[in-house]
Design a protein around this ligand. Structure first.
Ligand code: MN
Length: 220
């Protein structure tokens, strides 16, 4: 999948899909986990990306797929070991995204100390909304994230409650990975995660960012 990045003339392929676990204390608590002392990073494959308006496919391997609404930072400029002071200069835009998670497969992986790639990486498990240019977003640490399922609000929180800010996460991840235009950073979910079912309609939003809307259907 290619995405149009603000400030770049041509669409670029989606690169790395970096995701942060447990970046809100209330979500760590609902999962019965401690708050991490450094960012917890995992990846999804680019094949998991899904555009707004399309359908999340429930895979036959899972009976418990959950929604996780997240603010997504879109990398627009290459960098390695980016200082905190310059970190936001590498972010071209923001979108709202969903980190779809096969919770039953994740629980099994945790128990066996296996990685989360399967639980997090199915096709359609990374819906991404329209990208808003970074300059048009006032304060990325003061946005209200919201998710509704069939019109009912299930998740609602401010990004000010992130344990690690977007600036810190870009700095941190760039110590490990070269960040490139088209990379995405899913910055973690607040509390209220829960299951989705065949036929559900999900709408995710963040203040000042265009909403993301997807439906859910059983793969088949
Ligand atoms: Mn997540």
């Amino acid at each position: 999948m290619k995405i149009s990045i603000p400030s770049r003339a041509r669409p670029v392929p989606v690169g790395k899909v970096l995701c942060i676990g447990r970046n809100y204390a209330d979500h760590a608590a609902e999962m019965d986990r401690d708050v991490p002392d450094k960012p917890m990073v995992f990846l999804k494959p680019p094949s998991a990306l899904l555009r707004s308006g399309a359908s999340v496919q429930l895979p036959p391997q899972s009976q418990d797929v959950h929604h996780e609404v997240e603010l997504v930072a879109v990398v627009g400029q290459e960098g390695k070991r980016i200082p905190r002071s310059a970190a936001l200069d590498h972010v071209a835009g923001y979108a709202v995204g969903l980190d779809m998670t096969a919770r039953d497969l994740q629980a099994e992986a945790k128990e066996r100390r296996h990685p989360w790639s399967v639980a997090k990486g199915f096709d359609t498990f990374a819906p991404l909304g329209p990208i808003r240019p970074a300059e048009a977003v006032d304060d990325v640490q003061d946005l209200t994230l919201r998710l509704t399922v069939n019109g009912d609000t299930r998740q609602e929180a401010s990004t000010r409650h992130q344990i690690f800010s977007v600036r810190e996460l870009v700095h941190y991840c760039s110590q490990i990975f070269t960040l490139s235009p088209g990379d995405l950073l899913y910055t973690g979910t607040p509390s209220g995660v829960g299951p989705v079912h065949d036929g559900d309609h999900l709408t995710a939003s963040a203040t000042g960012v265009d909403p993301l809307s997807v439906s859910v259907e059983r793969a088949g």
